[in-house]
Ligand binder design. Sequence first.
Ligand SMILES: Nc1ncnc2c1ncn2[C@@H]1O[C@H](COP(=O)(O)OP(=O)(O)OP(=O)(O)O)[C@@H](O)[C@H]1O
Length: 252
Amino acid sequence: MPPAITFDAVSKLYGEAAAVRSVSLEIASGSFIALVGSSGSGKSTLLKTINRLVPPSAGRVLLDGVDVAAQPSALLRRSIGYVFQNIGLFPHLTVGRNIGIGLELAGRPDPARVAEMLDLVDLPHGIATRLPAELSGGQQQRVGVARALAPGPRLLLMDEPFGALDPITRDALGRKVRDLHERLGLTTIMVTHDMAEALLLASRVLVMAKGGIVADATPADLLAGKAGPEAEALVAVPREQMRRLMALDREA
Ligand SMILES: Nc1ncnc2c1ncn2[C@@H]1O[C@H](COP(=O)(O)OP(=O)(O)OP(=O)(O)O)[C@@H](O)[C@H]1O
């Protein structure tokens, strides 16, 4: 079973300023969650409390009922896949070693697993001997996903993973990740600025503002305007774009 996550009154203060304000919520095992909200609303900070990159100032985060603070952070991070915007591949290591690094550090190197992961993200095996700089941005981000999934985590955290990609590559990778989420039976949390991406990929959308969760709804309820004013302001943009595109299509 992939883990369920509980945020129990989680807050994070930086000096006087609260980046996250007393967030309490449960995430069911197997969910695909999109975390959206304006810049600075606390999305990344909340995400990072799960893998202990950010220790909460108050409250607890539980994975399957166990406080993450009670687990050694290296062990915890090995059990959680993490993909972030600037990819963070090791530039001096080949693609193959980048993908295998988690297994290597855990003392169980596995070249066959590297090939399996390349297949999983639709990259040719020949790419394994190249350096990251010799790949396109989209290919690098696929390697980032392969690296996160190589140790076989059940939980995948993604922080604006496709932000730097062109729209076509972004759409393809988003679908790929959704497909992997289903096939591997993951629990996935993705921070994104793109409401359309959130609506199309997630089963549940959490909207943050000023460190708090201001809406928590399915994509269908969000689109139907049932999730409150903050959510409505974010949904209005893709909805209006869709309306204009359809009007153009009718004129053509
Ligand atoms: N290490 C830090 N030190 C001080 N303040 C921080 C730190 N990290 C984040 N903050 C502040 O906490 C608030 C929330 O930041 P966070 O990165 O979580 O927002 P976000 O919603 O992910 O934003 P974005 O969409 O721009 O990435 C912001 O006001 C930010 O300036």
